[in-house]
Design a protein around this ligand. Structure first.
Ligand code: 5GP
Ligand code: ZN
Length: 142
């Protein structure tokens, strides 16, 4: 099956085998491989084979396939690496920290006390603002 591709995209090149990667798993719509700038040992990426930049652009069934692949890698990480936890992280747009505009889910094994800055302290929100946001989002749902 053919997928949309972007000739300038580093992950499209990995999918096409034009640049090397430490590949973990592959199926019809997805592949997973190791991140070459790991935040922690075992940091991997599950990506769509097709080039869709963000969560709002990718077909839902392909996104589901990427999630299934990420789950398999997370299970392997839990089983083999015995981390204290695993984060699945998926960034959309530069404001969210996305540096490669080809949809991917990070699988990040975590250790207590590691310096990965993904976690925050909960602070109570303003109920009026939360309710207003809920109303706007509900009205915008597909
Ligand atoms: P983002 O910042 O878009 O959420 O994540 C992109 C990830 O891709 C980064 O963690 C970065 O280390 C990784 N990355 C960038 N270039 C390459 C590459 O050529 N090969 C691999 N395996 N990972 C890459
Ligand atoms: Zn791409």
């Amino acid at each position: 099956m053919s997928h949309p591709t972007d000739g300038n995209c580093i992950f499209c090149k990995i999918v096409a085998g034009q640049i090397p990667s430490f590949k973990l798993i592959e199926d019809e719509h997805t592949i997973a491989f190791m991140d070459i700038n790991p935040v922690n040992p075992g940091h991997a990426l599950a990506v769509a084979k097709g080039h869709w930049p963000t969560v709002d652009a990718i077909p839902p069934d392909v996104l589901a396939s990427v999630a299934r692949t990420a789950q398999k890698v997370a299970k392997a990480a839990f089983k083999e690496l015995k981390p204290h936890g695993v984060n699945l992280v998926q960034a959309n747009g530069p404001g969210a920290g996305q540096s490669v505009p080809h949809l991917h889910i990070h699988i990040m094994p975590r250790r207590e006390g590691d310096a990965v800055s993904l976690n925050w302290e909960p602070k109570p929100g303003d109920m009026k603002e939360i309710g207003d946001m809920a109303a706007r989002l509900k009205a915008a749902l597909p």
